[in-house]
Design a protein around this ligand. Structure first.
Ligand code: CU
Length: 373
């Protein structure tokens, strides 16, 4: 409200100044009509064009120098390199073309500024010129698009070759759950209609499906390095998007269907923490956190939601840990199977405790939501 009032006052002050300038101008007796630009006006505007050109070049260089470090570190997946290369080549072409065309645009604006006695040349058309400025963008754009399609087709070639690890990513407002196929590496059937909160079956897994028995449901995504992972995305409520920036991976999670993405992690979390860019980022972030009195932050891969799916969308994330095959297997062996967590006698305390903790989480979430309002 204060902002609106301030804005209104500023607008009114600006109008007042403008009106006063008009009155001042009218009160001056002038022989020349000031509304028509003369040579000196045109010249000044011509120089201003150059000033603006220097400004846009300057801000480009400044942004590169200052924000270059905000870019993601080296890609941690097999296809990530191709993806980055495509992006950098596109950036380079755009940068090159814009640098040249802006210079030409502003230079010609200056060169052909209005001058007394100067007459515009009538120039109907020039076929050769038009051919050149049409064919060059056509070739460059067609090249980029074809290369992009080729890269996309390669990335999206999801198959069951090379024995991929099957992982389900389940999205709901506002958290992620991951499910592994267990010993058989096959996910049990699931449907939101089968969700049974009382029985802690929060993912709606079909309890009668034998494939579901050894499924493992977790709140932290562990991936073995060097093994292909096929992700199956589901959503319970609205559109979400599973975004794993360090792996250059993103796929929408759509209610009522299963979407897929596949990649092979190539760098473990431990290795990535030693990456110079990451070390630098952690150092910078922790300097800011120290000023605020917050605990130091340690780098971790992350799964984020990249669709504005509701109030707590910003906080919808899950930690990803990439580790060696042995570490992964050891971790997986410690996790409880779906059968052990749900398909046991409902009176068992374990299940009750789990249900209670799920409710607690829900309570905390609703409190958080309430405090935001
Ligand atoms: Cu979301």
């Amino acid at each position: 409200m204060t902002a609106l009032l301030t804005f209104t006052v500023l607008v009114l002050v600006a109008i007042a100044i403008w009106q006063m300038t008009k009155i001042f101008e009218l009160s001056q007796t002038k022989t020349e009509r000031s509304q028509i630009a003369n040579d000196s006006d045109n010249k000044n505007n011509g120089y201003l064009l150059f000033a603006f050109l220097i400004f846009i070049y300057g801000i480009t260089i400044f942004s590169f120098a200052k924000y270059y470090k905000m870019l993601l570190p080296e890609a941690a997946s097999e296809h990530g390199g191709d993806y980055d290369q495509l992006m950098w080549v596109s950036f380079a072409i755009i940068f090159f073309v814009q640098t040249i065309t802006q210079a030409l645009l502003h230079y010609f604006g200056y060169k052909y500024r209005g001058e007394k006695g100067k007459k515009a040349l009538f120039f109907a058309d020039n076929d050769r010129l038009e051919f050149i400025w049409t064919i060059i963008p056509v070739i460059v754009l067609a090249g980029l698009i074809l290369w992009g399609l080729y890269t996309w087709t390669n990335i999206m070639d999801i198959n069951e070759d090379d024995d991929p690890l099957i992982v389900e990513l389940y999205a709901q407002q506002f958290n992620w759950t991951a499910r592994y196929g267990g010993d058989d590496n096959v996910l049990g059937e699931a449907n939101v209609r089968l969700i049974d909160i009382a029985n802690a079956n929060v993912l709606g897994i079909d309890e009668s499906d034998p494939n579901a028995e050894d499924d493992i449901i977790v709140k932290e995504l562990h991936l073995p390095v060097g093994r292909k992972v096929n992700f199956k995305m589901r959503s319970q409520d609205v559109l979400h998007s599973a975004y794993m920036p360090h792996f250059r991976a993103q796929m929408n999670c759509v209610p009522g269907m299963v979407t897929q993405f596949s990649f092979t992690p190539t760098i473990t979390t431990e290795e990535m923490r030693l990456n110079p860019d990451v070390v630098d980022k952690v150092k910078r972030t922790n300097a800011i956190r120290a000023q605020k009195g917050d605990d130091p932050w340690e780098f971790d891969y992350i799964l984020l939601c990249n669709k504005i799916c509701g109030k707590s969308h910003y906080n919808m994330q899950m930690k990803i840990i990439v580790e060696t095959e042995e570490e992964f297997n050891a971790w997986l062996a410690e996790q409880q199977t779906f059968k052990a967590s749900v398909m046991v006698d409902e009176t068992e305390t374990e299940t009750e405790e789990q249900t209670a903790s799920t409710e607690e989480v829900a309570d905390v979430e609703s409190e958080e939501t309430a405090s935001e309002e």
